[in-house]
Design a protein around this ligand. Structure first.
Ligand SMILES: [Zn+2]
Length: 388
């Protein structure tokens, strides 16, 4: 039987810094193929970006279809000499597997593959004793960079082949402090924009001949920052608009600038859509600017829409599996940044549950072996309950 640790070590030893694969997908493909999965390696291209290799593997027929999603690419190691063990050595020390990707998220993938192989071995090589149901893996190679030749295209490719997913577990390091303390059931949307205020350039000694956009943009920043966008929803904290920079590009001390700009980002909850949010902010801008201040907003394109998997049978099943192994009832959370779950949510309900995220993207990224063992047990519990 192939354990999670040995799979994770093999994966960590592939220096698969985006966009490189470095043999990581082949390790998974070989393991899954040997267990009876039908595997597909799919490469996606886009002008101006590196080609990205992806893996889709499926076993079984029809519904219910549970898919595990993840990425084998990792962020760069940084200063290799600063690591306790080599960033790609896959060394085990004091109960931890060290290496870039150990937590984000080769460790999580290794646990899900190990759990699936064990589950299949217990059920005569099929997801379910009665022969119904499917398990699959959607493994991509460009999550840590621009995410254009990975999950989005792999999902489109799968749909075009007639693949239908009922539920997805994304093994990102969702846990905050202790394995099982949290499942992510959604993420806020992210929308950036720039506020422009037009003035009239002039000499500071003759302000009556100019119109200074600096005090005006200050007023608008205060107005837009102060009024809450909402007060939170059942699954989400309140949306938040945060200004991140203010610029006039003026190096002179005796010139009133012609224009002022301020960048902002909004993290928004499920009370808004991208469109309704933009309308709300623009309406508030019009009100705050009155007919004196000339201001407008340029919105940046965003594919980070808000999504939530509403608590129900599937989240209950995952909660029960986690409680069974850890004795802890996880919080259903929607906090934090965006992930590939935002793309998967267009196809099926998705939850994120994986290792403790504390050391991800850091020097000495490491995964606790005890956590890897328990995560594998949790994934097995999920599989048992899902197909049981
Ligand atoms: Zn990740």
């Amino acid at each position: 039987m192939t354990g999670a640790l040995s799979i994770a070590r093999d994966l960590v030893r592939c220096p698969s810094v985006t966009p490189l694969d470095a043999g990581a997908l082949a390790i998974l493909e070989n393991l899954l193929k040997a267990a009876g999965f039908e595997t597909h390696r799919v490469t996606f291209s886009e002008p101006g970006t590196a080609d990205i290799d992806n893996l889709y593997a499926r076993i079984g027929n029809g519904a219910p279809h549970l898919t595990f999603a993840g990425h084998t690419d990792v962020v760069p190691a940084g200063d290799d000499a600063a690591w306790t063990c080599g960033a790609f050595s896959g060394e085990v020390r004091d109960g931890f597997l060290y290496g870039r990707g150990a937590v984000d998220m080769k460790g999580g993938i290794a646990c899900s593959v190990a759990a699936a192989l064990q589950h299949l071995a217990d059920h005569g090589g099929k997801p379910n004793d009665d022969g119904k149901g499917s398990i699959s893996f959607l493994i991509t190679g460009d999550e840590e960079d621009i995410s254009v030749n990975g999950t989005v295209k792999l999902l489109q490719w799968a749909k075009a082949r007639g693949e239908k997913f009922d539920h997805c577990v994304l093994g990102e390091p969702s846990t905050v402090e202790t394995l099982g303390d949290c499942i992510k059931i959604g993420r806020r949307g992210s929308q950036s924009g720039t506020l422009y205020v037009e003035g009239v350039q002039g000499h500071v000694a003759y302000p009556h001949r100019a119109a200074n956009p600096v005090p005006d943009i200050s007023r608008l920043i205060v107005a837009l920052s102060e009024e809450p966008l909402d007060h939170g929803s059942a699954q989400f904290q309140p949306s938040n608009l945060e200004f991140t920079s203010v610029d006039v590009g003026n190096s002179a001390t005796n010139v009133i600038p012609a224009q002022a700009r301020a960048k902002f980002n909004i993290r928004y909850n499920d009370l808004h859509t991208q469109e309704s949010l933009r309308e709300l902010v623009e309406a508030r801008l019009v009100k705050a600017a009155g007919n004196r201040i000339k201001a407008h907003i340029l919105w940046e394109p965003s594919n980070a829409n808000v999504f939530v998997t509403k608590p129900g049978a599937f989240t209950d099943l995952a909660v029960a599996a986690i409680e069974e192994v850890t004795g802890r009832k996880p919080e259903l959370s929607t906090s934090g940044g965006t992930s590939d779950a935002r793309f998967i949510s267009h196809y099926c309900p998705v939850i994120e549950f994986g290792l403790v995220g504390q050391t991800m993207h850091q020097i000495d990224e490491r995964a606790s072996l005890a956590d890897m063992e328990n995560l594998t047990r949790i994934y097995r519990e999920i599989l048992d309950r899902y197909f049981g």
